[in-house]
Design a binder for this molecule. Structure first.
Ligand code: GDP
Length: 764
């Protein structure tokens, strides 16, 4: 049966065209050995049935991504009878770049000039006859979406498939002409199929080709010696890419007549881009936007209005001596304002906690209290279950707000720009901008982020990326950050919650960058493949998809709260209320409990990070919390919430008139601070440790399946432990004694020198 291949850039309308041609006959499988979709179907309206294979969407035929390799090998090795190259007519120049490469293969080929309806509607005109002549290939106007031109496309493709075609190159005109034809002739002499294509790829020093034609490489090198370009020296890959673009601009783009010649003045999108992707300002602008997002989510002093205008706090007379609002209206008002206007994130969070969660669960706890149950049962339900659950649920609005803002950035097209800006920076650290997308996904959840690293072509780059993804603080770690930041502000009266959380996120990013740099210059050295990406036009985010996404997140979070976290809090409660002989303990005997004993055993290990032996008698709670976080990171705060009531019950502890409401994670942290005397630097170090240490079970399992082998996986676990230990220790020591910064700087400098020397020796 005849076989046609469909090739084109991502988003050129390939799927739409494929579906239009094959209809119900299509089926989806996988390309052998990779997870890239392979779609195949039948076209029945020609003289004979034709099997159509949809190749992965690609920008070029270089060997840098699995998609590119699949598409290229298919066309080169499976001998399709015809290649249908689908070209997005609204983006002619960029799409023709791939065309100029496909043309070089000795295969019949036609161009489907897609999205022609959009071009027509805009009033622009494309002279396809002219383009056909200049390309030397049939060009057919189609609109895949409207199903127009498909029949003609297939008929012309069918005709084309009946004739042999030899590859041609647009590089004929350039200075490379002789070099290319010499090598082509030489390859042809060796009976190599598709000599022109292979010759050009060999000149580009394409990895796959060099591997395949080891003998010929020497000859190519000899030919190349006679040739250097003024502009590109001997970077032949760049020289060839440049040759293609120049030819496209001079010879193909002229077939397009724009209704509005001013079009070449910068579009609005371009103008925005000029600022947002500026070489120097791009990154500060990104950090600024990131801060703005945190400010909108966590600040209790929106736009710093309270500090600037010295706005007053709510009068003391409106609160009871315990610090509770005297009536519902004060409660409501205090959700919006207190000495500063609250950010939207805080307002939603307050309303949720005080009213939606606070009132019913508070009432439920009251009922349990008066039910006449055994006191241990009351403790288990009220402190173990309700406080633990609510401690975690209390962060849901914050998580959703942060997600909503991140999704808006992503949907609007800005995140693609960030990948582009960061590519310039990342490259210096040995990663391509492509690695940025999985990292950004890591802010949501490490699991899909790690899976997404499959788009990275190089195994070493991929390993490095998987390792640092957990440092991009995920949604589940947010409760740790916000509860402790809130606790610090409440207990010590220092800092702002938004600034603390923001700094911690940035600390995570910085740790990731430093780790990548370290890995890529030691154990995971390798080339960084070039990164080509499309910058989508900016557009307003879609409301509906945003709501769906948030709903999905909320559902997932609540489900997790009522399953894993609920189970964990019950286990934690049980382990803190029984001793090793399974005797039920009173609340104030908590230090004899199983969990306390185990925690105390390991407590000294955490001393360098500030939450070990130096803490008072209840210091073990931090150790226990960090360990329960390995199951799910939300557990860290759930543990605090479960234990807060116990710690407060322990006689001898003076909580003053602190109105502690253990169902609120922030209050639970306040109780921990009060009970252990932990300092601000140690609290920050605790956050940093949790952010950079071994992630939750789910992420660890994903890492295990995504990393290439067992050894890499074991080293990854070790890497997380060591990194978190160092980061925690740095934060704690520098925060406690500023001059230790010099010692750390010295250690870092020494490490750099050792690595440099080692690399030098190895290279020589
Ligand atoms: P792929 O990534 O190449 O598979 O592209 P898709 O087939 O998913 O198409 C990308 C987008 O372009 C979709 O929203 C399609 O509906 C749209 N599209 C595809 N072909 C046409 C066309 O001929 N005209 C118009 N107006 N839109 C199209």
């Amino acid at each position: 049966m005849m076989k046609f291949a469909l090739a084109g850039n991502p988003n050129s309308g390939k799927t739409t065209l494929f579906n239009g041609l094959t209809g119900a006959t299509a089926h989806v499988g996988n390309w052998p050995g990779v997870t890239v979709d392979k779609r195949e179907g039948l076209y029945k309206k020609c003289a004979e049935p034709i099997s159509i294979v949809d190749l992965p969407g690609i920008y070029s035929l270089s060997p840098y991504t699995p998609e590119e390799v699949i598409a290229r090998n298919f066309v080169l090795e499976e001998n399709p009878d015809c290649v249908i190259n689908i070209v997005d007519a609204t983006n002619l120049e960029r799409n023709l770049y791939l065309t100029t490469q496909l043309m070089e293969i000795d295969v019949p080929m036609v161009i489907a000039l897609n999205m022609i309806d959009v071009v027509d509607k805009s009033g622009d005109r494309i002279n396809e006859k002219e383009l056909e002549q200049r390309l030397g290939l049939p060009v057919i106007r189609v609109s895949a979406l409207k199903g127009e031109g498909l029949q003609e496309l297939m008929e012309r493709a069918y005709q084309a498939s009946k004739q042999k075609r030899n590859g041609v190159t647009v590089l004929e005109d350039s200075a490379l002409k002789h070099l290319i034809s010499d090598i082509t002739i030489a390859l042809d002499g060796q009976n190599v199929q598709n000599p022109l294509f292979h010759a050009i790829k060999l000149i580009e020093q394409d990895e796959l080709e060099v591997e395949m034609h080891k003998e010929t490489v020497k000859m190519v090198e000899a030919f190349k010696k006679t040739f250097t370009d003024e502009l590109f020296g001997n970077d032949f890959e760049a020289l060839i890419a440049d040759g293609r673009y120049k030819y496209i601009t001079n010879n193909f783009s002229v077939v397009m007549q724009h209704k509005n010649p001013d079009r070449f003045r910068l579009t609005k999108s371009d103008r925005i881009d000029k600022a947002l992707t500026h070489r120097i300002w791009g990154i500060p602008i990104f950090l600024g936007i990131l801060f703005f997002i945190f400010h909108l989510t966590f600040s209790e002093d929106l736009f710093f209005l309270g500090s600037i205008f010295g706005l007053p706090e709510l009068p003391e007379a409106w609160y009871t001596p315990e610090g509770d609002p005297i009536n519902f209206w004060v409660l409501l008002l205090s959700c919006f304002y207190n000495g500063g206007v609250f950010s939207p994130g805080c307002i939603i969070n307050n309303l949720w906690n005080e009213i939606i969660v606070g009132i019913p669960f508070g009432a439920l706890q009251g009922l349990v209290e008066e039910s006449g149950m055994q006191s241990w049962a009351i403790g288990l339900i009220n402190n173990g279950i309700i406080d633990g659950l609510c401690g975690v649920l209390s962060f849901l609005p914050w998580i959703l707000t942060l997600f909503c803002l991140f999704s808006i950035l992503e949907d609007s097209g800005y995140m693609a720009r960030v990948a582009f800006i960061l590519d310039r920076l990342f490259r210096k650290f040995g990663l391509s901008g492509r690695a940025f997308m999985p990292m950004i996904m890591g802010f949501g959840c490490s699991v899909p982020a790690m899976i997404n690293t499959r788009t990275l072509a190089d195994d070493k780059e991929r390993t490095a990326t998987v390792r640092v993804i957990p440092f991009f603080s995920c949604g589940a770690k947010l409760p740790i950050l916000t509860a402790i930041a809130g606790g610090i502000v409440a207990a010590y009266g220092v800092g702002n919650a938004d600034i603390i959380t923001y700094s911690m996120y940035v600390l995570g990013i910085v740790t990731a960058v430093i780790s990548v740099l370290a890995m890529r210059s030691t154990t995971l050295k390798g080339e960084t493949p070039p990164f080509i990406m499309e910058l989508p036009a900016y557009h307003p985010p879609r409301f509906k998809s945003l709501i769906l996404l948030l709903w999905d997140k909320a559902k997932h979070f609540i489900k997790k709260a009522f399953t894993i976290i609920l189970a964990s809090t019950i286990i934690i409660w049980v382990l803190t209320h029984f001793d090793f002989s399974w005797k039920l303990l009173e609340d104030d005997q908590i230090n004899q409990s199983i969990l306390a004993q185990l925690g105390m055993l390991f407590q000294p290990l955490f001393t360098p990070m500030g939450f070990g032996s130096q803490l008072g008698q209840f210091g073990w709670v931090f150790v226990v919390a960090a360990v329960t976080g390995l199951i799910a990171k939300e557990n860290v705060i759930a543990t605090f919430s479960t234990l807060a009531a116990c710690l407060m019950a322990v006689s001898g502890l003076d909580f003053g008139n602190l109105a502690i409401n253990a169902e609120d994670g922030i209050d639970a942290v306040r109780a921990m601070i009060q009970a252990t005397g932990i300092t601000v630097p140690a609290l920050l170090s605790f956050i940093a440790f949790n952010m950079t240490t071994i992630p939750c079970f789910a992420a660890v399992a994903t890492a295990k399946s995504e990393l290439i082998n067992k050894k890499t996986y074991n080293l990854t676990l070790l890497f997380w432990v060591v990194t978190s230990y160092i980061v925690g220790a740095v934060v704690y020591t520098v925060g406690s004694w500023w001059w230790t910064a010099f010692i750390w700087a010295l250690v870092a400098a020494l490490a750099v020198v050792v690595i440099k020397l080692y690399n030098l020796r190895r290279n020589s």
